[in-house]
Ligand binder design. Structure first.
Ligand SMILES: N[C@@H](CCC(=O)N[C@@H](CS)C(=O)NCC(=O)O)C(=O)O
Length: 246
């Protein structure tokens, strides 16, 4: 049997997009968690990129969640996530691209709100089961690395807040124009997996890697912002997709 490995950060929403697609297609795979920072040695060596996810499928290696998506569709067409009729296909491809770009702003805006909370570095580093003194040293280094890499600074975070709002409105408008359940047509497509997987950190569906805050521990203003996100149509839709399709 082909050995299939998804190299990932468990907390990465782009990795979630690939996990969801693999799961939906019923393809067996193992995950291998790479440590943030040193991961680049492996991703460069395997796929000449800096980011995760990277998929190894037997002898083949594919990096980037979009390339992985098209690779999987091509080689494993069962349970297809890209419609065959030209109009729907074009719409799915367009939404996938738009929402992939929104995901950068999801990440920056959300880190902008929570990066200094200890739960965040715990969620990022706990999966590696490092000795606790090592994790203690690594946590602030990783936090500063994340801050620099993703430009978690007030002006950029505010800009990302606006782009995020546009992304949420795009999802809501698309749902209003369609059947309200799926973004394109009558069944789950790559557009839904991209939107729901990449927006999920904002609404932290139960059991996902973003479900990390104990009730009542966040400052009231932030909790209200997150509650509002969960309650608006796009947030409700993401939660429904997780409940029904994940
Ligand atoms: N366009 C890429 C984006 C992936 C991405 O940004 N991954 C982040 C984690 S969410 C990453 O690996 N960052 C580490 C780095 O840039 O060194 C994809 O779709 O796979």
């Amino acid at each position: 049997m082909t050995e299939r490995i998804l190299y990932q950060f468990p907390i990465s929403h782009y990795c979630e997009k690939s996990r969801w697609q693999l799961d939906y297609k019923g393809l067996a795979y193992r995950t291998r968690n790479l440590l943030p920072g040193p991961h680049r040695l492996r991703t460069q060596w395997m796929a000449r990129i800096n980011t995760l996810p990277v998929l190894r499928d037997g002898q083949r290696v594919v990096g980037d969640s979009t390339k992985i998506a098209y690779y999987l569709e091509k080689h494993y067409p069962e349970r297809s996530l890209i419609p065959t009729d030209a109009e729907s296909r074009a719409r799915v491809i367009e939404l996938e691209q738009q929402l992939d770009r929104v995901a950068v702003h999801v990440r920056r805006w959300l880190y902008g709100q929570i990066i200094d909370r200890p739960e965040v570095m715990d969620a990022m580093l706990d999966p590696y089961r490092l000795p606790s003194p090592v994790q203690k040293v690594l946590a602030p280094v990783t936090r500063e690395g994340v801050r620099r890499l993703y430009r978690i600074e007030p002006k950029a975070v505010a800009h990302s807040g606006q782009r995020l709002e546009e992304g949420l409105e795009l999802v809501e408008e698309t749902l209003r124009r369609g059947n309200g359940r799926y973004l394109v047509g009558e069944r789950l497509t790559l557009a839904d997996i991209t939107a729901a997987g990449l927006l999920a950190p904002l609404v932290s569906p139960a059991g996902t890697p973003w479900d990390i805050f104990e009730e009542g521990t966040l400052p009231a203003a932030l909790q209200k912002q997150l509650d509002d996100l969960r309650e608006r149509p796009a947030g409700q839709w993401v939660l429904a997709r997780y409940a029904e399709d994940r």
